[in-house]
Design a protein around this ligand. Structure first.
Ligand code: PAF
Length: 289
């Protein structure tokens, strides 16, 4: 893979990488289209990374369909599909881990010990195997995106990290491979998360900046959805991912919730409003539901 990539880049062409775990959907294809817009050669990697699953059962049950993935990527005009074996990504005796402190310890971090170390490690390995000019990731996994940005900068990969807005179903549910595992009844409850996020975002646009109030709006929608339990709803600084007591433009409302066998995550970035507060206002105790 690296040999091919070096040939392409040696000819003065740009290589764009879209790392995935396969079982592709429209959200992945948006990442591919973003890569195609800026690359001469697009590489899509498919690797279900054991190191980022805390639950071995979750890893085993993760859906896989490499032939369907191949057909979708071919239809999108992707140049290369890179499907390494586990022993190629993690050579025998593999003992190194990439740990991004701080950013990996908040939001989903405590509930998924080791998950972001697994992500940072595999993305580092993929960057070294593919040596792309840039790589594309979705904003749905906002914390993952920040972890990867930090890792790429700290370790001087020379790979630009490009992000793409969350792709949603018509009812607002963020596209995710895990949605496939919801029953029909559970799927009907799933829009509550984005509904709550929109309510809070509208309230922010209307002048509400208290974290407690904004978080409360999202949490109430989630509590009202049958069978859904919030793991966290939090208003955080968009760069540090630390909770803030008052919203400012660029802050992120982030959610993780359990629905049946599935853990759903979503977020919105608060857009600027005329009533934005100053950083000095952010000195109270943050609310975190
Ligand atoms: O977002 C994903 O699909 C995975 O976490 C990634 C970035 C491909 C690493 O395994």
């Amino acid at each position: 893979m690296r040999e091919l990539s070096r040939q392409v880049r040696g000819a003065g062409l740009r290589v764009g990488l879209v790392p995935t775990m396969g079982f592709l959907h429209e959200g992945h294809l948006e990442l591919v289209r973003r890569a195609k817009a800026d690359a001469d050669v697009v590489v899509v990697s498919i690797f279900v990374n054991p190191a980022q699953f805390n639950d071995p059962g979750d890893f085993e049950n993760y859906p896989r369909d490499i032939s369907a993935d191949e057909a979708m990527l071919e239809a999108e005009g992707v140049d290369m599909m890179f499907v390494p074996e586990a022993e190629q990504v993690y050579p025998p005796g593999s003992a190194s881990r990439v740990i991004v402190s701080g950013l990996a310890d908040t939001l989903c971090g405590p509930g998924r010990p080791g998950h972001f170390d697994g992500v940072a490690t595999v993305v580092s390995a993929l960057f070294n195997m593919v040596e792309p000019d840039f790589a594309v990731f979705g904003e749905k996994d906002y914390q993952q995106l920040q972890v990867i940005r930090r890792m790429a900068a700290d370790l001087h990969f020379g790979v630009d990290v490009v992000s793409v807005a969350t792709c949603r179903e018509p009812d607002g549910v963020a596209m995710s491979t895990r949605n496939e595992r919801l029953s029909a009844a559970e799927r009907q409850q799933a829009p509550a998360i984005y509904r709550g996020l929109c309510l809070a975002s509208d309230a922010w646009q209307g002048g509400e900046d208290s974290s407690q109030a904004l978080v409360g709006l999202v949490a109430s929608e989630i509590e009202a959805a049958e069978g859904m339990t919030a793991e966290y709803v939090s208003l955080v600084d968009g760069a540090t991912l630390q909770p803030v007591p008052r919203a400012t433009a660029g802050c992120v409302l982030a959610v993780a919730a359990a629905l049946g066998p599935v853990r759903l995550i979503d977020n919105v970035v608060l857009q600027s409003t005329a009533s934005a507060v100053t950083a000095a206002d952010n000195e109270e105790t943050p609310a975190h539901a």
